[in-house]
Design a protein around this ligand. Structure first.
Ligand SMILES: [Zn+2]
Length: 410
């Protein structure tokens, strides 16, 4: 604190024009001034002689009353209270959007809020200005974004996407009055530009393909309507580049057609650049890989390692030593997960943890299931003797008795 201005000299800080902003329309300045010019976060109240921290907005709250973190002024009249409350209310909506006199004042006068660290500061070259906004102001902006996410069904983790942070920063840099693109702009001119810049990106990848050679990768999957789609990707030291996704429903069962498809892609990239082709290990792809190696001798076909391991685990799972426990484990998990009340009793026992359940096409999960059952063995045993189990009619069915025996015998 600097030494208080002398009263003896006749100087009254309340009347010092230097202790208020020059051209503020904010009505609260009629009752406030900066008692300490080194810290304009603090605003003194002429009605009660106290002071508030948090700038002129906090003084308004002090005068209006009804704000948890600002104590009501002891010297304020009902008239002033009403005036301040109305002003706060009217500005609630437009403040973050319109950078009027009021907001400029607030920005200039308020110390960095505690949540400044939480403000996105992407290293996009333009150093983000230190936040001088209040908690309430940040909360308002947060709320608006949240509603946008909810209304448009945007996945929450889109909020951590780097492009989201860059876009937000870009708006902040632009300042007030920014109008977002229209659906037309998004769908046409901006899209065209984005496509063009992707081609520039491809050029960089192509240089790497030429310099180091590259791997053509294909990843097949089926959608819910039974279409078989294949993604084609090219990997090089520059990274992985997505070529395209095609509907190969008619080709996928025919090794020659698959080989033709792969060959076409290789030719698009350049036979001299592609050194390897990686596909999953399905019989058709395997055969297609062989055909391709015959047609283009400089190319080597490799099966996808993850898929390979999965197939190995499938074979291991079919050995009698494993087959029985896996079947039994599946019976336990299927039963528990089919019955809501038993499932919630189980989660109580495991402390909220879920069991890993085997999936149809991922054989690794069969082993993960065994591991997870082993881990929760005691919890499952205690479930079998609990009220939730013994009092449940399902426990007395054949399947229920089976599960009971399996769990207690291990
Ligand atoms: Zn006061």
């Amino acid at each position: 604190m600097s030494s208080p201005p002398s009263i003896v000299s006749g100087y009254d800080p309340k009347n010092d024009p230097a202790r208020k902003p020059q051209r503020s329309k904010d009505p609260a300045w009629r009752f406030g001034y900066w008692p300490n010019l080194q810290n304009k976060d603090e605003v003194a109240c002429t009605l009660c002689g106290g002071s508030v921290r948090g700038g002129i907005k906090r003084l308004k709250q002090h005068l209006a009353g009804g704000y948890g973190d600002a104590k009501l002024c002891s010297g304020v009249s009902t008239e002033v209270r009403t005036e301040m409350a109305a002003y706060l209310d009217a500005n609630k909506r437009k403040r973050p959007l319109v950078l009027d006199d009021e907001v400029v004042e607030v920005a200039a006068n308020e110390a960095p809020a505690n949540e400044a660290a939480a403000v996105v500061q992407p290293s996009s070259g333009t150093a983000a200005k230190k936040s001088t906004k209040t908690k309430e102001e940040k909360h308002y902006v947060d709320t608006q974004w949240a509603l946008f996410f909810y209304e448009c069904g945007i996945p929450f983790n889109a909020a951590v996407a780097r492009q989201f942070q860059i876009a937000v920063e870009a708006i902040a840099q632009y300042g007030s009055g920014y109008k977002p693109p229209t659906p037309y702009q998004l769908g046409d001119p901006l899209l065209q530009e984005a496509v063009k810049s992707t081609s520039t990106m491809r050029e960089e990848h192509e240089r790497a393909w030429k310099h180091y050679g590259c791997t053509l990768m294909s990843d097949g999957w089926s959608d819910r309507r039974g279409h078989h789609l294949i993604n084609f990707l090219v990997n090089s030291p520059e990274g992985t580049y997505f070529l395209e996704s095609i509907d190969a429903s008619s080709e996928v069962h025919d090794a020659y057609m698959l080989a033709g498809l792969l060959e076409k892609k290789v030719e698009e990239i350049g036979k001299d650049k592609v050194v390897q082709v990686v596909t999953d290990n399905g019989a058709n792809f395997k055969a297609a890989g062989k055909i391709l190696m015959d047609r283009i001798p400089t190319i080597f076909w490799s099966p996808c390692a993850a898929h390979c391991l999965d197939l190995m685990l499938e074979d291991i799972g079919n050995l009698s030593e494993f087959k029985k426990p896996i079947t039994r484990a599946r019976r336990v998990t299927t039963f528990i997960y089919r019955h809501g009340r038993i499932l919630s009793a189980m989660r109580e026992k495991t402390g909220g943890a879920d069991l890993v359940r085997p999936a149809a096409t991922r054989f690794a999960t069969a082993f993960l299931t065994l591991k997870s059952l082993y881990k929760h063995k005691d919890a499952l045993k205690s479930l079998m003797v609990s009220e939730a189990w013994t009092g449940n009619k399902l426990a007395k069915t054949k399947a229920g008795l089976d599960v009971h025996d399996i769990v207690l015998s291990t």
